[in-house]
Design a binder for this molecule. Structure first.
Ligand code: ADP
Ligand code: MG
Length: 483
């Protein structure tokens, strides 16, 4: 179903392209050895290069380059063996050098593709235009003093990857799916932690609207949106605004805007007329970056299994439904947890436990896979207790809740609470006889054709056995007794 904005002149299509800034996971900065640890005391992680002292020379950090190449490979993208660093010149207090080192005409990674999954089960290929490496700027702190601003240069020079998409996205939902998928891939690769709240991944959102079949119209760029939800809301607000501009006889002018979270609207930050002329030129302190093909191949051979491949394997090897497989691979930790539970067991049953009771317990207790009191091994043991008939499925739910509450092994809980299933047919028959005797009226009804009452008898017998009867044996015994 196409996403359209209904205007007074009919429906409008929305066109979206995203520019994502992803902070590279690396111990040191892009051109200096200073640390990148988050949350350090201000200005304690600043080298002379970062502070732009005269005469200091940048030295490229090999690990940051490797991370960009890994990311390019993970995005099925072309790796450019030769790329170049340029100076993007502008003045700002948190940019002591007066320029940012970035890659303009010759990025390290060229065209690639990300496959997104939509709610209706459809998939769509979104083109990646490029990925380039650049430095982050420092931070101005305006809330430390009533009349002064402070500068923290810790972030100055930290490596960023800017990942630019083609204008292939057509709805807020698609943009959200794209961001989540990109974040999943980056996390699997270990090249960016994808943490939008801490700002290690942020998006510039380009939006335009058009009538069906038209060429693209002028776009606006909504800067620095820091959550998937806000990206989706910003697109909706901006697209609606543009439709109104066009329909009232005006023209959208290319500009940079900001999303106002509190008011749910975008507002102008600067127009194209005040667009910066950055006077890009190749950085004379840095040689072109030339990569060795063998090194690229080496990096490629060490890539982890990525979400698309893992999903296909879960569907193929474990028989997990497509939707479930998508949920299970969304986070590496979830996928690993699931595989530990599923190995050597009924894999679909394992998927039901993980996505059902286990996810519900995480939600309810506010824990994560890492902090959950229930480990993959103990959930596996619980499933084993059902399949070897030690307990029945209903009791298993009760045992699981006790595992969540106490963190104990399922075996221990079953022993402690005496929850073993009763498979002694003699004991079951005794209960059946008693239940039928106290419900003689219902037995008569059943015999005169009210078949539905069978479930009632099963329930009564189970209740009398505190839920511990083996369901198959209880059914069998009742059938025999009632025939
Ligand atoms: P610039 O170099 O000015 O940033 P680009 O051509 O690199 O412009 O595009 C930046 C982003 O804008 C890309 O993500 C691209 O997909 C997107 N984009 C380009 N044209 C449009 C358009 N008409 N509508 C929506 N997005 C667009
Ligand atoms: Mg751009």
């Amino acid at each position: 179903m196409a996403y359209l904005i209904e205007g007074s002149t009919g429906p409008w299509e929305v066109v979206i392209g995203l520019e994502v800034h992803a902070q590279v996971i690396s111990a040191a900065k892009l051109f200096s050895g200073a640390s990148t640890t988050f949350g350090a005391e201000p200005n304690t992680q600043v080298s002379f290069v970062d502070a732009a002292f005269p005469g200091m020379l940048p030295v490229i950090n090999r690990e940051c380059v490797a991370q960009a190449v890994r990311t390019g490979l993970g995005l099925n993208a072309h790796i450019n063996v030769v790329s170049r660093f340029d100076r993007k010149n502008y003045f700002y207090a948190d940019l002591p050098a007066g320029y940012q080192i970035s890659q303009y005409q010759h990025p390290i990674v060229g065209e690639g593709v990300i496959e997104i999954e939509l709610a209706d089960g459809e998939t769509k290929q979104i083109g990646i235009t490029r990925l380039h490496l650049e430095q982050d700027a420092g931070k101005s702190l305006h809330d430390q003093h009533p009349t002064k601003s402070y500068i923290d240069l810790n972030r100055c020079g930290v490596a960023l990857m800017e990942i630019v998409s083609e204008p292939d996205l057509r709805s807020p939902e698609e943009a959200g799916a794209y961001l989540r998928k990109l974040r999943t891939i980056l996390r699997y690769l270990g090249t960016c932690d994808g943490n939008m709240e801490e700002g290690s991944m942020r998006a510039d959102v380009n939006v335009s609207v058009r009538k069906h079949g038209e060429p693209f119209r002028t776009r606006c760029e909504v800067k620095n949106v820091n959550s998937v939800r806000f990206v989706m809301l910003a697109i909706e607000a901006e697209a609606k605004r543009q439709v109104e501009v066009w329909e009232s006889g005006g023209a959208v002018s290319q500009e940079t805007r900001l999303y106002d979270v509190a008011r749910g609207i975008t507002r102008s930050m600067r127009s194209k007329e005040d667009a910066h002329d950055y006077r890009y030129f190749p950085d004379p302190d840095l040689l072109p970056l030339v990569l060795d093909e063998d090194w690229i191949a080496e990096l490629k051979s060490h890539l982890p299994e990525l979400p698309d491949a893992k999903k296909a394997r879960f569907i193929e090897d474990y028989g997990v439904p497509v939707y479930d497989a998508g949920v299970l691979v969304a986070e590496q930790a979830t996928a690993d947890f699931y595989e530990t539970v599923a190995k050597g067991r009924d894999a679909r049953l394992a998927a039901n436990w993980v996505m059902g009771d286990f996810f519900a317990a995480l939600n309810r207790t506010g824990t994560t896979i890492e902090t959950s009191p229930v480990s993959a091994a103990s959930l596996g043991q619980l499933i084993d207790l059902v399949s070897d008939s030690t307990i029945n499925g209903r009791i298993a739910k009760e045992v699981f809740e006790a595992m969540v509450d106490t963190g104990k092994d399922p075996g221990a809980i079953v022993a402690e609470k005496g929850l073993r299933q009763v498979t002694d047919t003699g004991a079951i028959d005794t209960v059946v006889v008693k239940v039928l005797a106290t419900n003689a009226d219902k037995v008569a009804e059943y015999k005169s054709g009210k078949d539905k009452l069978f479930g009632f008898f099963v329930g009564q017998v189970m209740k009398a056995m505190a839920g511990k009867g083996n369901p198959a044996l209880v059914n069998e015994a009742l059938k025999k007794a009632l025939s």
